[in-house]
Design a protein around this ligand. Structure first.
Ligand code: GLN
Length: 285
């Protein structure tokens, strides 16, 4: 098989398996197998594959056909222009979540103490530290702490920290349980899917993203309720709380923040025009 025949065969197989972006995934898996860029593929699509590479590629295609996410096969996902290790123990970073990271970057200043709850792969915290320093919005006087209840997730986060030489720390903690002190900014993309709709999610998400990272319990709002209330004891005066939310949760989350005395409550939409973040500020009175 040559490269373009391989992509064609892979695309057909994945389409039949019900994979949404069959052609893109077939091409990416081919590029991954061959260790080539998209440009290299485009320049020489008739290049013949070695039999060994062909076997490796077809095995990837079969696995992807079982709806294993592409990112679990390559072990990588890009977020905010940085490449992160991922796997079954962490939620695969979503492009939608870049909005949270972008807004947090705009509010970030040198000297701030930042906490990322439910950090998962650490992608939000690490990109904030890396890009913050690059944009002079942070320096060595900042602290960047990430926490997660899952030890397995923290191991992935530690690998990402090392990969990016990030000056961040990770702590195993069920929300604020093992955390002390007050922060200038608390961020979180908590689990927010209602338990009863998890069964309706795409197979890749439902079967392969960790349920712990998805399940927002009965009404999807469990973690917002907990964090909004308990963050009051962990924010400095005028400190910021930044959330990613599900697209139908803006009203509920802004209400919870208002009832808990937060001010300057704002919501923001993602590229698809859906409500995706809610932010607010808290004064210690
Ligand atoms: N946005 C994710 C999804 O679409 C859910 C992430 C979360 O619960 N924090 O599945």
């Amino acid at each position: 098989m040559n490269l373009s025949e391989a992509v064609r065969a892979g695309t057909e197989y994945l389409s039949r398996a019900g994979v949404a972006d069959a052609q893109t995934d077939a091409r990416l898996l081919l590029e991954w197998t061959m260790g080539i860029t998209r440009t290299e593929y485009a320049l020489d699509p008739l290049r013949v594959m070695e039999a060994e590479k062909e076997q490796v590629y077809l095995e990837y295609i079969r696995k992807r056909g079982r709806r294993i996410p592409l990112q679990h096969l390559t072990g990588e996902q890009e977020f905010m222009g940085l490449s992160f290790h991922v796997g079954p123990d962490v939620l695969i970073p979503r492009q939608d979540t870049e909005l949270l990271a972008e807004e947090a970057l705009k509010a970030l200043k040198p000297g701030m103490d930042v906490l990322d709850l439910c950090t998962g792969s650490g992608c939000i915290l690490i990109s904030l530290e890396r890009l913050g320093k690059e944009r002079k919005a942070a320096d060595e006087t900042n602290s960047f702490i990430g926490s997660d209840v899952s030890q397995a997730a923290l191991e992935v986060a530690e690998r990402n920290k090392a990969r990016h030489h990030a000056n961040v720390s990770f702590i195993k903690s069920d929300l604020f349980e093992n955390l002390e002190g007050r922060y200038d900014m608390i961020l979180s993309n908590p689990p927010y899917i209602r338990t009863d709709v998890i069964g309706e999610l795409e197979e890749e998400v439902r079967r392969y993203d960790p349920i712990l990272a998805l399940d927002g319990r009965e009404d999807g709002l469990f973690f917002y309720r907990e964090i909004i209330c308990r963050a009051k004891a962990h924010l400095k005066n005028g400190g910021l709380l930044f959330f990613e939310i599900g697209c139908d949760q803006r009203e509920a989350v802004t209400d919870l923040m208002r009832k808990n005395g937060y001010r300057e409550i704002h919501a923001g939409k993602d590229l698809a025009g859906l409500d995706r973040i809610v932010t607010g500020r808290y004064d210690i009175s």
